[in-house]
Ligand binder design. Structure first.
Ligand code: FAD
Length: 290
C-alpha cells in the first residue's frame, strides 16, 4: 500500500495514521541490528515506518533500501525510504531508482539533506539543488513521494511566507504527503497548518514529534533545525539536569502529551522520531491508541 492510500483510507475511516522513523544503525552489523529494531516495532502496528538516508554519501546508504525492503517483506508494514539529493548526479538518481524499484520500494521521502562536514559542494558536485528537483523523476518512476515540511520554517529561510511557497513547490512537483520537522510547541504546527491550507497545500501533513532525551541531544537538534524550545521544556531540562533517567522519562511524557493534543486537534497523522528506541515507540503508540 502507498502512503497516499494509507492517508486516504484513514480519512475515510476517521482514523489517525501513526508512523515511526528509524535510522540504519552504524557499523557492520547494521542490518541485523536494524532487523531487531524493526521486529521490535512491528507488534505496535505502526501504519508505516520511514528509514533515514545519510546525506552526501556519508554513512551506509545502501542500508536504507535494504531496511525498507525488510520492513515491507518481513513485517508486511509499508515503508518509506528517505533519499537526499545534496550530492546526487543524474546517473546516481537513475541508479538509486533502479535499486529501490528492484527492492520493491513503493514510497520515497525526497529530501535535499544537510551538507555533511567536509563533503564537497559547489558547481559540478550535484545535479539537483533542492528536494523538489528530484520529485518529478521519482513520481515518473512510479513511487509515491513525500517531502519535508517545517512548522517553524527551515533554518536557512527566515521568511515564513517564502517557506510556505517553497513547500507548495514540492506539492506542485508531485509530492503526495508531507512529514514535518520536530517541534515542541504544537501552536506552531496549528498556525503552520492554517497557512499551508491557505496557500493551497492540500496533501496530508503528518506531524513529526521527537522526545528530548538529554540536554546535549536537544541542543544539537535545535541548533540543527531551528526549532524553538518553549519554557516548559527548558524547565524540565533544568529540573532533571543531574538525573538522566528522570529527564528521559519527562521527555517521553512531554512528547506523549504533544501527540495526544495533536490527535485531539484532528491532524492528518503523527510521525514519531523513535531514535530506534522501543520505549519511545511504545509510549507514543499507547498515548495515541488510548
Ligand atoms: P529543500 O526543500 O530543498 O529546502 C532546503 C532549503 O532551500 C530551504 O531553506 C528552502 O527554503 C530552500 N529552498 C527550497 N526551494 C527553493 C527554491 N526554489 N529557491 C530558493 N530556495 C529554495 N536529512 C538527511 O540527511 N537524511 C534524512 O533521512 C533526513 N530525513 C528527514 C526527514 C524529515 C521529515 C525532515 C523534516 C528532515 C529530514 N532530513 C534528513 C533533514 C533535511 O535533509 C534538512 O532539513 C535539509 O536541510 C533540508 O531538506 P529539504 O528536503 O527540506 O530541502
Amino acid at each position: 500500500m502507498t502512503i497516499a492510500q494509507i492517508f486516504e483510507r484513514a480519512q475515510h475511516d476517521g482514523t489517525l495514521p501513526v508512523s515511526f522513523e528509524m535510522f540504519p544503525p552504524k557499523g557492520e552489523l547494521s542490518l541485523e541490528r536494524a532487523r531487531e529494531v524493526a521486529h521490535a516495532f512491528a507488534p505496535l502496528a505502526p501504519d508505516f515506518v520511514s528509514v533515514t538516508y545519510s546525506a552526501g554519501g556519508s554513512g551506509n546508504n545502501a542500508a536504507t533500501t535494504h531496511i525498507a525492503r525488510m520492513i515491507n517483506d518481513e513485517l508486511q508494514t509499508p515503508s518509506v525510504a528517505h533519499l537526499t539529493c545534496i550530492s546526487l548526479k543524474r546517473a546516481d538518481l537513475a541508479a538509486k531508482i533502479e535499486e529501490m524499484r528492484g527492492a520493491g520500494i513503493r514510497n520515497v521521502l525526497a529530501l535535499r539533506g544537510d551538507v555533511p562536514d567536509g563533503a564537497p559542494t559547489g558547481p559540478g558536485c550535484a545535479d539537483y539543488r533542492y528536494a523538489k528537483d528530484i520529485i518529478p523523476a521519482l513520481v515518473d518512476a512510479g513511487f509515491c513521494v513525500g517531502a519535508a515540511a517545517y512548522p517553524e520554517g527551515h533554518i536557512e529561510c527566515d521568511d515564513p511566507a517564502l517557506s510556505i511557497q517553497r513547500l507548495k513547490q514540492k506539492q506542485d512537483a508531485g509530492a503526495s504527503f508531507l512529514v514535518t520537522q520536530l517541534f515542541f510547541d504544537n501552536q506552531y504546527f496549528y498556525r503552520f497548518r492554517e497557512r499551508a491550507a491557505a496557500a493551497g497545500i492540500a496533501v496530508p501533513i503528518t506531524a513529526g514529534i521527537m522526545p528530548f532525551m538529554s540536554k546535549q541531544q536537544i541542543t544539537r537538534m535545535v541548533f540543527m533545525c531551528g526549532a524553538s524550545l518553549p519554557s516548559p521544556v527548558i524547565k524540565l531540562l533544568a529540573r532533571y539536569e543531574n538525573d538522566p533517567a528522570s529527564l528521559r522519562a519527562a521527555g517521553i511524557e512531554y512528547a506523549c502529551r504533544q501527540l495526544e493534543d495533536l490527535a485531539a486537534h484532528g491532524v492528518d497523522g503523527c510521525h514519531v522520531y523513535t531514535m530506534n528506541r522501543l520505549d519511545v515507540a511504545r509510549a507514543a503508540m499507547s498515548a495515541l491508541r488510548r
